[in-house]
Ligand binder design. Sequence first.
Ligand SMILES: [Zn+2]
Length: 298
Amino acid sequence: MAAFVLLGAALVGCGGGGAPAPVVKEPTESKGPVASRSASPRADAAAGAKPAPERGAGQGAVPTMAPGPGGLTPVYSRRVAKSPKSAEKVVALTFDADMTADQGPRAASGERFDNPQLIATLRRLKVDATVFMTGRWAEEYPDQARSIGGDPRFEIANHSYSHYAFASPCYGLPTVAGPDMTADVQRAFDAFRDAGAVNVVPYFRFPGGCYDDAALRALGPAGVTAVQWDVVSGDAFAKDADAVAEQVIDGVKPGSLVVMHCTRSAAPVTEEAIRRIVPELRARGYRFVKVSELMSRG
Ligand SMILES: [Zn+2]
């Protein structure tokens, strides 16, 4: 039961619950996206780490945001149009693939932290999407990580190695110490690479969405753009796919970024909700894009 509660905290922390995170700072959008030379976070230089993720051949530069003052990690939460008239009806669906370091035995005993049916449905419906993956998830499901990261429809972004919090308190999650934050993010990138994932982008979602200035400063050397959201799907532990679909459909505006989950055991109706969300938003004129495309059109 205790483990269940911990996972609950992890998923609620992803934005699935009703209560806002106690230390979540309002996302600040600084300076608009700038083209970076490559997807490579600067972590390799700063931490002496292994090579950072790279895009597959011919995929071009991945848009990122300029760092804030003093090298602060920039934070992105949605596309903001210059004027309502220029607001294109695009929306980015994002799926957090959570898994903590201590959930291996549960996975070994049959609990499914993955959701291959969800990925298959996104492919069938031709929906581009961004998966914020923990390194631990990529280690548990390397074939799926490679498949997702080898499909041009998807991109893999970083959701930490083991879903520990980068600011405290954060839904009861264990905390990563400031000096270890960049290495934790790099460890997840390493796991994606070891799984053979190709389309890896230098975006990072804080576990639980919890961050503060100290975390943004500590993560500066990682060279990532932090990605939050403006629409909470409420899919964590939801039993009613219609309610999730309704919440997303009602919340989406041009340029929105939606947080959902890619883990069956704790977000069991997400795939069903997607089957309702996608045709409805398309009927309203929306197009589904990856975060990188959303960020490139700011
Ligand atoms: Zn999460």
